[in-house]
Design a protein around this ligand. Sequence first.
Ligand SMILES: C[S@@+](CC[C@H](N)C(=O)[O-])C[C@H]1O[C@@H](n2cnc3c(N)ncnc32)[C@H](O)[C@@H]1O
Length: 231
Amino acid sequence: MERLVKPELLDELPPKDRQALRSRRDIRRLNAWMGHPRMMARILQQCQDGRTERRLVELGAGDGHFLLSVARRLRKRWPAAEATLVDRLDVVDPQVRERFGHFGWRIRAEVAEAVEWLRQAPPKTAGIVLSNLLLHQLPAEPLAELLRLAARSAPVVIALEPRRSWWPHFCARFLWLAGCGPVTCHDGLVSIRAGFAGRELSALWPEAGRWELTERPVGLFSHMFVARRKG
Ligand SMILES: C[S@@+](CC[C@H](N)C(=O)[O-])C[C@H]1O[C@@H](n2cnc3c(N)ncnc32)[C@H](O)[C@@H]1O
């Protein structure tokens, strides 16, 4: 299956639109079903080696529920972390902010394009840059630019993305059966066609020799990418 990046409906709807709100709720449920918060929490723990401070930046953070679910899993081992939630839309759920506080996490929300935010951030701004279901939305050139800037910002970069293969594509046709609305049913199929396979993200990574790169299928539907600077 060739990679094909097409616009997603959620990106075109106003943040408060009823369909957009429903789709963000669907994404929360799908993240839970795909096990993404659990996977991300596990990867973060594996990457925590004394070099990476608990200073996280999530690109394309949406309403913040994804990182909140990760924080919930990490709260005992990471009782205090600082996270910056970057999204092009102002959609962070106000209750989410409060709940992060219960785990001792400090949150800052930034409304910005991911590439622009990284471009203006001083180098080595973050301990870890992570994203969930964002990279597939970018065509090859802006994606390569985002990865280059992320590598400049942090010694660890993590992404969980849709896997571009026949099984996720087949299952995505039945998202309506799982109670997902029309926006999610459309965007689900589009996301998988724009998702990743093989070592496509590693191939775009800058100065690959200086980094340890892990990229592989994970779970039933997902694709994982982890870059750790060597030394
Ligand atoms: C599929 S949602 C995932 C949200 C969140 N990561 C989660 O898992 O719940 C993708 C998010 O990325 C944001 N987004 C898309 N393109 C972006 C860009 N170029 N820069 C910043 N945010 C972007 C969208 O507004 C949306 O909130």
